[in-house]
Design a protein around this ligand. Sequence first.
Ligand code: ATP
Length: 364
Amino acid sequence: MTSIELDSVNKIYDSEGGEICAVNDMDLEIQEGEFLVFVGPSGCGKTTTLRMIAGLEDVTTGTIEFGDEDVTDLRARDRDIAMVFQDYALYPHMSVRDNIGFGLRLSTDIPESEIASMVEETAEMLGIEDLLPKKPSDLSGGQQQRVALGRAIIREPSVFLLDEPLSNLDAKLRDSMRKEIMELQQQLGITSVYVTHDQTEAMAMSDRVAVLNDGELQQCGPPEDVYRNPTNQFVAGFLGSPSMNFLEATVSSDGDTVTFNGDADFVYHSEASSIAEALGDRNRCTVGIRPEDLVVGAESGFNVTVTVVEAMGDENVVYAQVGDAEIRARVDSQHRLSAGDDILLGFDDDNVYLFDAETGDSLR
Ligand code: ATP
């Protein structure tokens, strides 16, 4: 295993419409044995970054180091990495046994008998011994992905790269494979970089999550830190389900009232509002409130009308209209709310996020 360091890494693609900056000046250190997850919306540069770490894509400018070694110009096969892809990329004409052993046969001179026992051991680790004689076409998606994992880990690479490996699996299987990959990574301690567009997956699996947008690294840290202290409105809105509510807030000159979305009926009164305090000289900002931080039946808050209730078991996701805005709240199902109900949704000032109305940067 090794650490990985990206230093001012840029990737510019030449396309018919001109140049596309897929990755913009990325600096990132990944620790030895760490499980780092890149997450972000489609086209934000996750796959490009992973492929540059793999050596499958050239770096336009900047350097990539594995430990003390500069690998920027090293070919993929010389980097001691293993990669797992979304579509498994198994050889259809080969048995599972041959698929798992293929890389070893190709790149090492390990004797055949030893390869055979390594294949058995790897299959055992993944619980797929029974599948060894089968062809990929006889396997389910989850089984194929296990084979792809086996093929990757058998070589005991120093870096394990996974590009959306679970997106072709159904929800239930995805959950169990998620756990298996985490256990496998902990057991083997291989430095791992994982790409997903699914923030729940990123939060659940990562030691640290790296949030990308538009080719730029927005924030990198332990998932709970990034969730609780987002650096800007993009990160705040990207992590969490349902996503954070954003409202445009204007504070009155005496600081006692906060009007949301310029709507005279959508006012929050609080003489000691920490919102007004945190804003200092500004009189407007974007306020962010997580759906789980909204409380039904508070003493003060917003008067809203429930439009939709999504049952989730213990909790419901309640959508409510206030003026032109829609608010999402996660509410204990004991409140038994239904569409048409008028309720008061309150919040604790301390749980509110504040962002610069222009730049989206976090204000506290
Ligand atoms: P997705 O989740 O949709 O796979 P992503 O975050 O992995 O997206 P990338 O595939 O890295 O994003 O793409 C980043 C940007 O670079 C996008 O604008 C994409 O269109 C562009 N891009 C990617 N590969 C190429 C290429 N080979 N040639 C030109 N542009 C490309």
